[in-house]
Write a protein that binds this ligand. Sequence first.
Ligand SMILES: [Zn+2]
Length: 235
Amino acid sequence: MTLLHSPRFSSWARGHLLCRVDSVSDRVALTFDDGPSRGATPHVLDLLARHEAHATFFTLAPNVDRLPDVVRRAVDDGHELALHGDLHWPLPVSTPGLIRRELERSAAAVARATGATARHYRPPFGFMAPSQARFVARAGYRSVLGDVYPEDTYRPGVDTIVRRVMTRLSGGSILILHDGSPFGEADRSQTVAALAVILESLRRSGLRGVSIAELLAAAPEESRETDAILRGGSS
Ligand SMILES: [Zn+2]
């Protein structure tokens, strides 16, 4: 379906990006990219609250600056804010200086709006070289991809999004959805409608929706690995 689900790409990506946490069986991480947005994020937050689920929001600096009240609510509701950059520029054509600036601008926007310190980063388009992940780790952030991406930005239909997610999701998964857009507001109504069905399905399956930080906390050995990476102990 997507590059993410090809065995060769996913085994390569797992070498330097957090894609899932195998040792956790009773919860999945819910993640949202490119937000916040006025049109979708409040509905996402309503649904997560109704289902007592948490998520990680990989935010873009211009959208955080535009909608600080929305990200403040996300933090107040117990969600994790994380970084997705400023320009949404693909990393393979980015210099270290540009990547550093992307991280700094994204982190500064989150800190300005909420006072929160981000720990996780997702590269735009889900692609970065191992050397770039090490560079990002030295700057203090763990790079996160995921293992389930239903291509919700292409708006394939609510039923298709739900089916793609539920056939691939399992305990320890990291689900990638989108509550915003690099171009400001965009139609994410299919994502919101699909999320309502996905949260019901998770409940029936006995799976809790959590943030990346909570997923890692449920797997002590993964947390130790994160600390090692952030100390620069891992190549
Ligand atoms: Zn993105």
